[in-house]
Write a protein that binds this ligand. Structure first.
Ligand code: ZN
Length: 239
């Protein structure tokens, strides 16, 4: 290789760096190593070379990927053990699952604003304001959205928290009729409970309940409707 070819290469070199992708640059750099060495020895300043050496080993990655992993693992809701067994038949006059509203707009039409806000938007009624927080009437508490029986008055206890509280769901099984999922909202880690049949938000379950379960299902009055024992239709609960 003559010094003339070295000079020719030097003059076109910057263009090649600017345009060539990394892989091609590396390939081109190999055969030119002698030429580059000659340049360095000749006292040519080497910012170009250093730039190449300091270049990241891989092309810069896009800063942020489009996909975002949702924080709440709602999709990873654990499957309760009884999931493979057929669900108990719905309550007497409860609508079949197929008849339930499919969209929020349809739910909004069916429910009162408070019921919609709490059951479909995961709201919470203020303590000591709900219809059932202090109710002692025997009966069955059904989902306000779909009519599914969720809690029995026998498991209701006075928690003093201002919301109707139950030590177990009506089927006596955790995570079946009333499903559970982690809830990381409001700067807390809680366990949200929902109606399995229609997905209505009911409230949360805590581990500070009375024995033997030690559970406290803290439920919004607006999410449930009491059907007093022996009556076909629920009537407004008198305090
Ligand atoms: Zn429901």
């Amino acid at each position: 290789m003559t010094s003339m070819t070295s000079m020719n290469h030097f003059t076109i070199f910057p263009l090649r760096i600017a345009r060539a992708p990394r892989a091609r640059w590396r390939a081109a750099a190999g055969p030119s190593a002698l030429c580059l060495a000659a340049l360095v020895l000749a006292g040519v300043n080497g910012p170009l070379l250093r730039a190449a050496d300091d270049a990241p080993a891989q092309p810069p990655r896009p800063q942020k990927s489009v996909e975002k992993t949702p924080k709440t693992p709602a999709a990873k809701q654990p499957t309760p053990q009884g999931a493979t067994t057929p669900m108990p038949s719905p309550a007497d006059n409860a609508p079949a699952a197929d008849d339930l509203p499919k969209t929020l707009a349809e739910w909004r039409q069916r429910l009162t604003p408070e019921q919609f806000e709490i059951t479909r938007m995961k709201g919470t009624e203020r303590a000591f304001t709900g219809k059932y927080w202090n109710t002692k009437t025997p009966g069955t508490y059904k989902c306000i959205c779909c009519g599914e029986p969720l809690f029995a008055s026998g498991e209701k206890f006075d928690s003093g928290c201002g919301w109707p509280s139950f030590s177990l769901p009506i089927d006596g099984v955790r995570g079946k009729t009333v499903t559970e999922q982690p809830d990381f909202t409001a700067f807390m880690q809680r366990t949200e409970v929902n109606c399995r049949k229609c997905g209505a938000h009911l409230g949360h379950v805590f581990n500070d309940g009375p024995p033997p379960t030690g559970l406290r299902y803290c439920i919004n009055s607006a999410s449930i409707q009491l059907e007093p024992k022996g009556e076909a239709e629920a009537k407004p609960a008198g305090k």
